[in-house]
Design a protein around this ligand. Structure first.
Ligand code: CMP
Length: 135
């Protein structure tokens, strides 16, 4: 059993897609351990996305992710949760995402790509700590 972090982004929450996305997670045998709807403030968003600091899209990403509520989920699954979730989520750009993935079904473009999923175990632990306030 291992864990990872998934976050439903503002446009998907705003358009009411969170229920369908969570249903898809459950059908794929992810277990929801903790879940929280919240809105990032600037400093917390910058800490969350610190790996992207300095990239050309960083400031746009911060203003977008702080623009409305997100839903954060700690997910648990038999096997390699980080990798299995990334497969279910699909390519970062929905235009490249395969049918059957979350971003294919719910993403619009590179910025409005419906969800964020941790890309490694260390990043999952870091992101879970930022969102749920673990040590
Ligand atoms: P996410 O998995 O949340 O991680 C960082 C986000 O930055 C990414 O999804 C995209 O929504 C967003 N983004 C915007 N522009 C780019 C880009 N050129 N390359 C990668 N990610 C981008």
């Amino acid at each position: 059993m291992s864990r990872t972090y998934l976050m439903i982004k503002p446009e998907a929450v705003e358009s009411g897609k969170q229920g369908e996305i969570i249903d898809l997670l459950l059908k794929n045998r992810f277990r929801v351990v903790r879940m929280k709807q919240f809105r990032f403030d600037g400093p917390r968003a910058r800490a969350f996305y610190a790996v992207h600091e300095g990239k050309p899209f960083f400031e746009g990403l911060i203003s977008y992710i702080t623009s409305g509520d997100v839903v954060g989920l700690e997910l648990e699954k038999e096997g390699a949760a980080v990798e299995l979730l990334r497969e279910l989520v699909g390519a970062t750009d929905p235009a490249n995402a395969r049918p059957g993935t979350i971003r294919y079904a719910y993403g619009t473009d590179l910025q409005h790509n419906a969800v964020h999923a941790s890309d490694s175990q260390p990043n999952a632990e870091k992101e879970l700590a930022i969102v749920f306030g673990e040590p």
